[in-house]
Design a protein around this ligand. Sequence first.
Ligand code: FNR
Length: 187
Amino acid sequence: MKKIGIIVGSLREQSYNRMIAATVPELGLAEEAAYEYISIADLPLYNADVDVGDGPEAVRLYREAIRGADGLLIVSPEYNSGIPGVLKNALDWASTPTRTAALIHKPVGIVGSTPGPKGTILSQQQIRQTLEATQAWVLPFQKMYISQVMDKVDAERGRLTDETTLKYLKRYVQTLLGWIDQAKGLQ
Ligand code: FNR
């Protein structure tokens, strides 16, 4: 049984990406994985002046949650052709201290959804670039872009409902679980 930490790159309550994330535990992989949502809502803006010792309490808890996960799944929107600031801030907090940061050698998958046509391609490029700088191990051989997301969810239930996308999402999470095993051999 692997533990997947899920980070949503939107703070919005009715976030489509939160709906995608909420669907992950219901994909029929309960025997292989358990999930924990890792909130980034309470993190302060990154400031090296307060990044000493364990740092602020919200940061300590956030880093501890990442350390406790076998792998991470980031589910994020795209803002202005790039990574949402709140997510960049969160990844920066998990990139320090330099040699013992929570993200070092952490297997990570990236999923993104948008009402637009391009599926968060540009955002995911920047998320990947940031994660590579932190020495996280980003799933290299599969991508998951969800476009026109408003047509693929039941917004009232807050869940992904489009059959094809559900199939791809399940396959993506299965690939991430396999990547966690492969990544162990990289250490
Ligand atoms: C957006 N949105 C957006 N969408 C996209 O596909 N590419 C983009 O570059 C942007 N840029 C952008 C900037 C800002 C400031 C906002 C607020 C929004 C639209 C975005 O995909 C949409 O609001 C999503 O619904 C946001 O994701 P959540 O909150 O629903 O998960």
